[in-house]
Design a protein around this ligand. Structure first.
Ligand SMILES: [Zn+2]
Length: 376
């Protein structure tokens, strides 16, 4: 079994599917799923390939994943060619080995094995795979979910294969994620000669107190599942390099808020607009809403995932909502129970990304046990 998982992982890693390209990774997967009775639907949106595949009827578990990877970075620093996977001392090296082609291989082989033994299982097993998770996430899971919603599809359980483990396979699972809002704000002043400040209005000077107010803005105190929402400035620029005698016309501020379930995006926007009003600036603001927060604090999926990890690894996983967003956020629209469980994240997106070969087998066993506990 382990040989099969390694083989499929390698087959996928060999394909340099740098986001948002899939380059036929999904073809390999759909061929296998078709063989065991899955109905296959390819949904191509612009450059992004999406795969929606399902078998059975009734309560649905969706394995959610992505076939794209981040670029390898400086090739000279890699021990191997990142797209020629190789096992070195119990570790499989290659771009995507832990994020998340290894995890895809474990999901698929767990499903094949389960379906072969239980061809008449109850419920519906499905896969939703995209190739734009690592880039803008515009034409992937989000749009497919919209299509499925329009068809009145129901998905009760969503198991995301993102690398959530810290040290040991299954030590951490994610049962929620924070939401994310970004904004680019331009505050206008009046351009002028730096020697005649009375004839100008310096946008840098006048935004200093405003920025302080933003940084000190308390959004909420967090709750049992989330830390307090957090505001961070990611960009600040104004004026022109080397021009030392001019008060600039405007200042540009970029900021991001990672927020929890205690506050809504509307409330955040309202609070920030209120501060802007206090200063009476002339400004332009552009908001980017990349995802709402979600939390799964009870239900069958969480119970089963915890049980399977405990059975196979003999420890209880830590439940976490930290880290960046994942495509799991789009399933909150479907009111699904969402749990994320995948490989160890120590080397993801790095030079020399790798996965412990044994972990691929453990993850396969856990996924298979989850299928058994939900569908038998
Ligand atoms: Zn990933």
């Amino acid at each position: 079994m382990l040989d099969d998982i390694i083989l499929l992982s390698k087959q996928l890693i060999k394909i340099p599917s740098i986001s948002p390209l899939d380059l036929n990774c999904q073809k390999i997967i759909s061929k296998r799923l078709k063989k065991i009775g899955f109905i296959i639907e390819n949904i191509k949106i612009n450059q992004t390939n999406n795969l929606w595949a399902y078998k059975g009827i009734g309560k649905t578990l969706t394995f959610l994943g992505h076939t794209d990877v981040v670029p390898p970075g400086d090739l000279v620093k890699w021990k191997i060619n990142p797209f020629k996977p190789k096992i070195i001392k119990d570790f499989l090296f290659g771009r995507g080995s832990s994020d998340m082609k290894g995890s895809l291989a474990a999901m698929i082989i767990a499903t094949e094995n389960f379906v072969k033994k239980n061809p008449f299982h109850k419920g519906r097993i499905s896969f939703l795979l995209t190739s734009d998770e690592e880039s803008l996430a515009l034409d992937g899971t989000k749009k497919v979910i919209n299509i499925l919603k329009k068809r009145n599809e129901k998905i009760e359980y969503c198991l995301v294969g993102e690398p959530t483990s810290n040290i040991f396979l299954g030590d951490v699972i994610k049962n929620g994620r924070r939401g994310s809002i970004s904004a680019t704000l331009k505050i206008y002043g009046i351009q002028g000669h730096i020697a005649y400040p009375k004839l100008a209005d310096n946008p840098i000077h006048k935004s200093v107190n405003f920025l302080k107010d933003l940084i000190n803005l308390k959004l909420d105190s967090g709750n049992n599942y989330f830390e307090p929402s957090n505001f961070q400035i990611f960009n600040l620029f104004s004026g022109k390099k080397n021009i030392t005698n001019m008060i600039p016309n405007s200042i540009n501020i970029g900021f991001n808020i990672r927020y929890n379930t205690e506050i809504t995006k509307e409330e955040i926007v309202f609070k920030i607009k209120k501060i802007l009003m206090k200063y009476n600036f002339k400004y332009k603001i552009n908001w980017i809403f990349s995802g709402d927060p979600f939390i799964t604090n009870s239900g069958l999926l969480l119970k089963v995932v915890k049980h399977s990890i405990n059975k196979i690894q003999h420890f209880k996983p830590i439940l976490s909502t930290s880290g960046g967003t994942s495509d799991g956020r789009f399933f909150s629209n479907m009111n699904s129970e969402i749990v994320e469980l995948g490989l160890v994240n120590k080397t993801i997106h790095k030079i020399n990304e790798c996965v412990k070969v044994k972990d691929l087998y453990i993850l396969y066993k856990i996924y298979k046990d989850i299928l058994k506990n939900i569908f038998i």
